[in-house]
Design a protein around this ligand. Structure first.
Ligand SMILES: [Zn+2]
Length: 628
């Protein structure tokens, strides 16, 4: 077994003081001072590979810039290893590993290579724009490259001694092909579910096969998560520059390695600029606790003192899995990481966990543990009542009314009024069932909601809703079931992503004194999935106050479906449940409707959209950043 005990050790040894007391296990002796294990792949890369823009460091490939890549390369060349998994944070050089392995195989390690990407198009794109382009430019490979057009397609190349093929992952591609070298790209994606087993069966016919799983992290239960857990779980540690011990790169646990001071602006909000000035490394060992400000030379030195620590010494000896977080990458500033974390945490207070998820997966390279609320019951914040009194709340800055229009059982309307304050705090003011537009208008007026603060769902009676919105200056709202984000781009600026589309005006004809007049209605399209997720988190009590009055139980109405329908029953009408997918027999989390009347839930989702648009909480999404 090549997992030599002197180089990798169990989890318990990095916790507490044993590590410090035992001078044998300092980082220095593991990987420091050029003691990384070199491999033929590493030699090949240093000899032939040029890193081109837009990579953070360009020029000839030098392992000193990314020392965490040496051991995975060693494992890729080790004949006793069948599977190598890298679950790395974004921008760590994953594509370079795939490209390098392909070129190296062509030159030194003959055998067909299969590369599986997200789709056929993605795989082909990787082939033409990266892997093949690179391989062709390496002088030593010139002699093996075919001249005839017939030997080359965009997604496959037949060389004299082997073939390279680039395919999208799906059942027929996985079943129909086999090769001794298989590269599985971005295995966190859902289309990979169950494919790993098929691929393994297909290539186990080659006694010396090699499967490389190269990916960012994903959600709990994703293929990359399972691959990583099955493997040796080797975690890249940095070496403390003072005591030279290996430090686990925790972000927000008791032994946090990157720390900062909390600085507030005059208005009480977080002063990111001042906070950034205080971000630094702090050695978690109490007898050291040295503190260092970020710099490229420091980060290089800490990597030089760093090394992998094996968290799963009982894993099968032929599968090694590696994790590294951006804390180690010299080209990602700790300040920027701290800022990303602080903003994501602020956003999480409003129930929107999307940026936190991006941080965990892409910045830390960790698996995202989905938070399924154990109860489906919204909690009542209390502290106020709505019956027999005029609602007033010192934190209120704005109030919105949202309307759900129903056709079934005769035209009727569900109206929800909610007050919003800074930081995304909010309280339900009241909720109604109305029988006519006149009644809707009356409720909106008596609650003091301004025209431009009203949103109406336009799924039912669409034309009529648009006409009303044009007349009254309300917004009609469309819940988009297919998208999770929309790009917002100003000329010359970097595009940002938001969970709602740039709003737009539509002309509609309005009947006015028997004549048809052209007017404009303002429409807002938003991601249903985003709204549903954020509402669910708020119901579960995540973040700042999302208030329901103590007497919310008195909000009971004639239902659309049932004789009686309360606000609370409607709020709890959808839950996230683990269900079995009939086709595959696998279990997955899905939204399940448990009450037919869910209109107030729709109203509350629209409230979140209006509040986000009005800036009551941040809703810019950082997801889908380019990997590497
Ligand atoms: Zn130290």
């Amino acid at each position: 077994m090549l997992l030599a005990p002197s180089r990798t050790r169990g989890r318990e040894q990095t916790k507490g003081k044993e590590v410090g007391e035992n001078s044998e296990v300092t980082g220095n002796q593991l990987y420091g001072s050029g003691t990384i294990r070199r491999s033929p792949l590493l030699d090949f890369m240093e000899e032939h590979y040029e890193i081109i823009a837009p990579a953070p460091i360009t020029g000839p490939f030098r392992i000193e810039n990314s020392l965490w890549a040496a051991e995975p390369m060693f494992a890729m060349c080790d004949p006793s290893i069948r599977e190598v998994t890298t679950q790395w944070a974004a921008q760590g050089g994953k594509n370079l590993l795939s490209e390098g392995y392909i070129s190296y195989t062509v030159l030194h390690n003959p055998g067909n290579v299969l590369f599986y990407g997200q789709t056929d198009e993605d795989a082909e794109m990787f082939a033409t724009s990266r892997a093949l382009k690179r391989a062709k430019s390496i002088p030593v490979l010139e002699s093996v490259w075919p001249d005839s057009k017939g030997a080359k397609k965009n997604n496959q190349v037949h060389l004299g001694h082997l073939a390279l093929e680039f395919l999208g992952i799906n059942k027929s591609n996985a079943r129909g092909k086999s090769a001794p070298h298989v590269i599985c790209d971005e295995k966190h994606l859902p289309q990979w579910k169950g494919m790993g087993t098929i691929i393994k069966k297909r290539c186990s016919a080659f006694w010396d096969h090699k499967i490389l799983n190269i990916s960012t992290a994903g959600e709990e239960g994703s293929e990359i998560d399972l691959d990583f857990l099955r493997g040796s779980q080797e975690d890249w540690h940095l070496g403390c520059p003072a005591c030279q011990r290996l430090v686990r790169l925790n972000w927000s646990q008791e032994t946090q390695t990157i720390v900062w001071e909390s600085k507030l602006s005059q208005d009480g909000s977080k002063n990111i600029r001042e906070i950034r000035k205080t971000v630094r490394f702090k050695c978690p060992f109490e007898d050291c606790n040295c503190e260092e400000r970020d710099s490229t030379p420091l980060r290089k030195e800490m990597n030089r003192l760093g090394g992998y620590v094996c968290d799963n010494p009982d894993a099968a000896t032929d599968h090694r899995s590696f994790h590294v977080s951006q804390i180690a990458y010299p080209w990602v500033a700790w300040e920027a990481m701290a800022e990303e974390w602080i903003l994501a945490s602020e956003q999480a207070k409003s129930g929107d966990l999307s940026n936190l998820k991006t941080f965990v997966i892409e910045t830390m390279g960790h698996t995202w543990q989905r938070r399924v609320s154990t109860s489906s019951t919204a909690h009542v914040t209390g502290g106020y009542q709505i019956v027999d009194m005029v609602f007033s709340w010192e934190l209120e800055k704005e109030r919105f009314a949202t309307v759900d229009v129903q056709e079934r059982g005769g035209r009727h309307f569900w109206v929800c009024v909610r007050a919003w304050g800074g930081g995304g705090v909010s309280r339900l003011v009241s909720a109604y069932r109305c029988e006519s537009w006149d009644e809707v208008e009356k409720r909106i007026e008596e609650n003091g909601v301004k025209a431009k603060r009203v949103g109406v769902d336009s799924r039912h009676a669409t034309e009529e809703v648009k006409e009303m919105c044009a007349k009254k200056e309300w917004h009609y709202m469309v819940a988009d079931m297919t998208r999770t984000e929309y790009e917002w781009k100003k000329p010359g600026a970097v595009a940002v992503k938001r969970p709602y589309k740039r709003s737009s005006w539509h002309d509609v004809f309005v009947r006015d004194d028997g004549r048809k007049v052209r007017r404009y209605a303002h429409g807002i399209i938003f991601s249903k999935e985003w709204a549903r997720g954020v509402l669910s988190n708020r119901i579960a009590g995540t973040g700042t106050e999302w208030g329901l009055p103590e007497d919310v139980g008195q909000l009971v109405f004639r239902g659309t479906a049932k004789i009686e329908s309360s606000y609370m029953a409607q709020l709890n009408s959808w839950v996230e449940k683990e269900v079995e997918i009939k086709k595959t027999g696998e279990k997955a989390l899905q939204w399940v409707q448990i009450n037919t009347d869910d209109h107030f839930r729709a109203c509350e989702e629209m409230q979140l959209v209006l509040a986000a648009i009005s800036g009551f909480f941040p809703s810019e999404l950082t997801g889908n950043r380019k990997g590497d």
